[in-house]
Design a protein around this ligand. Structure first.
Ligand SMILES: C[S@@+](CC[C@H](N)C(=O)[O-])C[C@H]1O[C@@H](n2cnc3c(N)ncnc32)[C@H](O)[C@@H]1O
Length: 209
């Protein structure tokens, strides 16, 4: 099953299933982006709008992209604001938003589904204004080395594993540097009470030179 079809199936239970990665990402997003000033936001892979709702409190305009029709429909049902524009788009293709228009791009739990990070960083550079931030939060590669990956239970009780790619930490940073970003912050995030285990998430704040 393709990735967008998988998310169309997952959509109905995405917000409600037990999902430590989703819940920790919400905390990380608020903690990291709470320190930054931004107004014009491009959200990559907004899903059901879990982070869009919070971003709205700080942003004056959000363009939220996702290729799953059902995830987008849920986000639209949840968030009715003139400040948010939801667009169906494949991030591996052309992003249908203006260049040099954003002071923040966010991407949470999306890039494990993108094999070639150059496509993402190249367009992120085009879409951001000079000095704009690119925030990424992802399942930590250490978790992936141990076999963790995006998955959900289908209505008939089977586990469906999505198509994923492992990106090492250095792949994120090397690709960012190649596309003229500086690294502002890199943090590793642990499950509560498991600070000696493998980190669950990694977050980056890059800045366009
Ligand atoms: C794990 S969900 C994360 C959703 C949201 N960012 C969050 O943190 O809850 C991944 C999202 O990325 C979207 N996605 C994955 N690959 C994509 C692609 N190539 N183009 C557009 N959206 C994509 C999926 O449809 C899904 O909504």
């Amino acid at each position: 099953m393709s990735i967008d079809q998988s998310y169309n199936q997952w959509a109905d239970s995405y917000d409600n299933n037990l999902n430590k990665t989703r819940d920790l990402d919400q905390i990380v997003t608020k903690e990291v982006l709470g320190k930054l000033k931004f107004s014009e936001v491009l959200e990559l892979g907004c899903g059901t709008g879990k982070n869009t709702t919070w971003l709205l409190e700080k942003a004056s305009n959000i363009q939220a992209l996702d290729f799953s029709r059902k995830m987008l429909d849920l986000a639209k049902a949840k968030i009715q604001s003139e400040k948010v524009h939801f667009l169906q788009a494949d991030l591996k293709a052309f992003w249908p938003v203006p260049n040099n228009a954003f002071d923040l791009i966010t991407s949470s739990l999306v890039l494990e589904h993108i094999d070639d990070l150059h496509i993402i960083f190249r367009q992120a550079f085009d879409k951001l204004r000079q000095g704009g931030y690119f925030f990424i939060s992802e399942l930590h590669p250490n978790k992936q080395y141990q076999g963790s990956q995006a998955k959900f239970e289908t209505p008939d009780g089977k586990t469906h594993f999505l198509e994923v790619y492992t990106h090492h930490i250095s792949e994120f940073t090397d690709t960012a540097f190649m596309h003229s970003f500086n690294l502002v912050e890199l943090k590793e995030w642990f499950d509560e009470g498991d600070e000696n285990g493998a980190p669950r998430l990694v977050s980056f704040v890059f800045q366009k030179k």
